[in-house]
Design a binder for this molecule. Structure first.
Ligand code: NCD
Ligand code: ZN
Length: 357
């Protein structure tokens, strides 16, 4: 076997999660699965519906509800970049410990209808974020449109000029290009200084376009791309240099929203088995010769899964460890709660078990 049969690693940090409205049926179902995966810090996305999180008070109330579900997790909270946010709200956010502001290009993904059309009206807010050290989290896709020749396959590449423009205008702003899916994004993030980093999901390390075009449970935004892109993501995990860390973008949707009459909801649910999926993807990457077996060192795993994300957000290193064991559990067919049912990624497959030490 290219990987060891077990790993003792520091508790992981997942810097991109969707927990949905709390209190609420999906939050109730998925929040308890954070620690089951070996994670104790999460960056919580603000794209709630029917109303996104646009003020500090709303973010703090949301945090209290999540803490009521699992008080052992550290929740890094975020605001949704919106015209109602002022530079003063950013200063208030800093004092309240809010970690970031997420920008969704309008129409690019789930619950992005309140999103950004142009960044220009937000320059004063971005300046305040740069001064205060509040992170700008970017959903890095141009909205799909025949008029601009953007489809799910090139939406991320078409966004990169916007990223470059933002970095140039706000050179000290801390920026995360969320859920990188292309070799071009990896290269672009690497070309900037330490203040610009990227998150990588577990599922993009194993999926290709063919996998989601045939299965709604593998469909998300940004969508998985080509073998060359996947190779670049695997390489970014093992050669991160602090520039790339885990953000699963675990995005639970009720089974009816994935398989109902209308368009399927974008989002892959990976929360309960996040670390196992990463290890499996690395192992499959080695088997395909996408990455070298000796590149998957314990230092690389610790960095990508736990250390780099905490360091970027100024969170203390993990104080507990988790033991991951090959084939120690089977991925559930679905997670069912009061009023919600969510199907996880790789349902029914063997994965790594997690024990807190
Ligand atoms: C996310 C969601 O469901 O909220 N969906 C997704 O496909 N990733 C939103 C997002 O992060 O794009
Ligand atoms: Zn997301």
């Amino acid at each position: 076997m290219p990987l060891k049969d077990s790993y003792l690693l520091p508790a992981a940090a997942d810097m991109h999660v969707h927990l949905r409205n709390a209190p609420g049926p999906i939050a109730q179902l998925v929040t308890p699965t954070i620690r089951q995966a070996g994670v104790d810090v999460v960056f919580v996305m603000p794209n709630l519906a029917p109303r996104p999180v646009v003020s500090v008070d709303e973010a703090l109330e949301y945090k209290r509800h999540l803490q009521a579900i699992d008080p052992e997790v550290t929740y890094l909270m975020s605001l949704y970049l919106h015209s109602s946010i002022t530079p003063d709200e950013i200063r208030k956010a800093k004092k309240a410990g809010i970690a970031g502001v997420k920008a969704y290009p309008k129409g690019a993904t789930t619950n992005s209808e309140w999103g950004v059309v142009s960044f220009e009206p937000f320059y004063e807010v971005l300046k305040a974020m740069e001064e205060e050290g509040i992170v700008l989290n970017l959903h890095g896709e141009a909205p799909c449109s025949a008029a601009t020749d953007v489809t799910v396959m090139n939406a991320e590449i078409k966004f990169l000029p916007t990223l470059m423009d933002l970095v140039q205008r706000f050179p000290k702003l801390k920026i995360v290009l969320e859920h990188c899916t292309t070799a071009d994004s990896v290269k672009t993030v690497r070309s900037f200084g330490k203040n610009v980093v990227g998150t990588i999901t577990a599922h993009h390390l194993s999926l290709l376009v063919d996998d989601w075009s045939a299965n709604v449970n593998n469909y998300c935004k940004p969508s998985a791309k080509t073998p060359q892109d996947r190779r670049a993501l695997l390489d970014a995990v093992v050669n991160s240099n602090g520039k790339f860390f885990l953000g699963t973008d675990s995005a639970p949707h009720d089974i009816t929203a994935k398989r109902g009459k209308g368009n399927t909801a974008a989002g892959v649910f990976t929360q309960p088995y996040a670390l196992g999926y990463v290890l499996t993807a690395l192992e499959e990457g080695i088997a395909r010769s996408d990455i070298a077996a000796d590149a998957v060192t314990e230092a690389a795993l610790r960095g990508f899964l736990s250390e780099h994300g905490r360091a970027f957000y100024g969170v203390a290193p993990a104080t507990r460890n988790v033991l991951l064991t090959r084939d120690g559990q089977t991925v559930a067919e679905s997670f069912k709660g009061e009023g919600a049912e969510v199907v996880p990624f790789r349902a029914g497959e063997q994965t790594w078990s997690v024990e807190w030490q």
